[in-house]
Design a protein around this ligand. Sequence first.
Ligand code: FES
Length: 356
Amino acid sequence: MTIDMPAGTAGLRLTCIDIRPETPGVKTFRFRAGEGVAVSVVPGQAMMLAIELAGERHWRSFSISGAGADGTVEMTIKAQAPGGATHWLHERLAPGMTLPARAARGAFTLAARSGGPVAFISAGSGVTPLIAMLRELARTDPEADVAWVHAARREDDILFAPALADLQLRMPNLAASITVSHPGAGWFGYRGRVNRRLMSVMVPDFAVREVFCCGPAAFMQEVRLIHAAEGGRKERFYTERFHTERFHTESGGVAAPAIPAEVSASGNPAGDFHLRAAGRELAIRADETVLQASLRQGVIIPCGCGEGLCGTCMVKLDRGSVALRHHGGITPEEEAEGYILACSSWPVTDLAITIG
Ligand code: FES
């Protein structure tokens, strides 16, 4: 699934052309890029949108649920707390409005697949990148042997049921199982949270499948343990590697990324270099990231995964050089344009950055 829009950062804008409700609190937003603009979207990736809140621009990353040959891209987004970006999208965004955007990014894609039987396992809004992958498989490999497992809280919360029914008509080897943890009286499907016993009923050959799993961190860890306990190989288990709900959360904490081997831990608490950010002169140690140094001294840089995956912490490097170690959260074009990921960049010289 590739649509044409430019891959760089500057100037990319998406216009909302349609909004449709999916379940209570979840909507799908369809966007189109400007005329003649082009970027690749690989199913499973996410895109960033900029939302103005109280006069400030906030970049947020959202999984892509679908993209069309007509150059449209869809994001299925759950509304979070009032006052935040997702709430604004649900309450204020309307067809015809345009938002700044950044190129699609992320390594949680079908590129990892070896071609054998697959299991797509999701909980809640973690299903979003997986439905994009399933749509891609329906297009490129409709005979694929796919086990689809989705866990929802209530029947009303089951996402993409009509799309799944349509895909089943085109994919003869697609077996879908839905489990609901708080079912109503009329629910006749699986009940309860995903555990080893339930998984062995829903997907008896789970161990031999390549697994793509997305959902809250505890859910992904549980599914990973089940796969290992059944004899599955850990290198055939793929997750988004960050907590999807947190990824969509307005606040987001900061994980501590691993320090690159070539970055020496000086242990100088005062700082080894200078960091100019938000009009202030900060200190930054050789063994801390731009994000850690900024937050330590009260300069806020928006952050999602804290692991170089999501791109939320991208800032412009105006001066100096850094050691950047990321996991797909920045495109080569963005690096060439002078952007870095604050959570995954260690200073090599004095630095100056622009946030936002
Ligand atoms: S916070 Fe996700 S890439 Fe830095």
